[in-house]
Ligand binder design. Structure first.
Ligand code: 5GP
Length: 241
């Protein structure tokens, strides 16, 4: 399999076609951005940590019956993925109020959201990712009712799996964003599941273990990413390695 041409370049990843139409190459760059791209930096090693965590979670989800685009590791910050046709939705699942939901609605930061709240944004830089509702999703032709039902059910199933996994490692999954695509008529999880796309708090101290460290200058971003990647890839606390 040979990399051919650049298909898409986002704020932190680039996707290339290969000579196999079924396979794309996804490169996790060291670029990091926040606030709609207003804050940006390049942090050596970030791409590698996000790749390790994303790859691990994709394999974990596959082991639990959820289809993802993940195929194989290629290089430390490069993976081979299925060639999904991406659906421009940012599907956000929230277990605890934080971030934009606290700014926009009368929630207190840290307030549990039970059952979890799903928010779906339109992935469009030109429109600044506005929040959608089901009717808008249908009117814009972004997904059918059947697809949207499946997207929401899968997002909630992923939430349960990730929350439980992280909880055993002393981490609260506050919220996360995932994206889906279509592949051979099926809805499949794409994009990434990493410290850039999840909000993670230490269960004991409430310390941020994710991109909020970068957004709000809460500490050393790479130290945090390295430590949380290690924690995620380790056995549950209290169990022998
Ligand atoms: P918020 O709406 O509070 O800014 O974000 C909610 C969750 O979704 C956070 O975990 C955040 O990292 C993730 N998220 C929201 N929008 C984006 C985005 O455009 N890119 C990435 N990587 N994550 C996002």
């Amino acid at each position: 399999m040979k990399q051919v041409d650049l298909l898409y370049t986002g704020k932190a990843k680039s996707v290339y076609r290969t000579d196999d139409p079924e396979v794309y190459i996804m490169k996790f760059r060291d670029d990091i951005t926040a606030f709609d791209g207003e804050k940006k930096d390049t942090l050596g090693g970030k791409g590698r940590y996000n790749t390790e965590v994303s790859s691990f979670f994709f394999r974990y989800l596959e082991d639990h019956g959820i289809r993802t685009h993940y195929l194989a590791s290629v290089e430390p910050a490069v993976i081979a993925v299925r060639s999904l046709t991406m659906i421009p939705l940012e599907v956000i699942v929230r277990n605890v109020a934080a971030g934009s939901i606290v700014r926009r609605y009368p929630f207190r930061e840290g307030e549990p959201l039970d059952p979890p709240v799903i928010i779906i944004d339109y992935k469009s830089d030109a429109h600044h990712d506005p929040m959608l509702n089901d009717d808008l999703i249908y009117a814009l032709g972004l997904a059918t009712p059947e697809e949207l039902d499946q997207i929401k059910a899968t997002a909630l199933a992923i939430n349960e799996l990730l929350s439980e996994y992280l909880d055993l490692r002393g981490i609260t999954l506050v919220d996360f964003k995932i994206e889906f695509g279509r592949y051979e008529g099926e809805i499949v999880v794409g994009d990434e599941i990493s410290m850039d796309s999840m909000r993670l708090w230490d269960k004991e101290t409430g310390t941020s273990l994710d991109k909020d460290v970068y957004r709000f200058g809460k500490g050393d971003v790479m130290e945090t990413y390295a430590a949380v990647a290690k924690r995620i890839l380790s056995p549950p606390w209290g169990e022998p390695a």
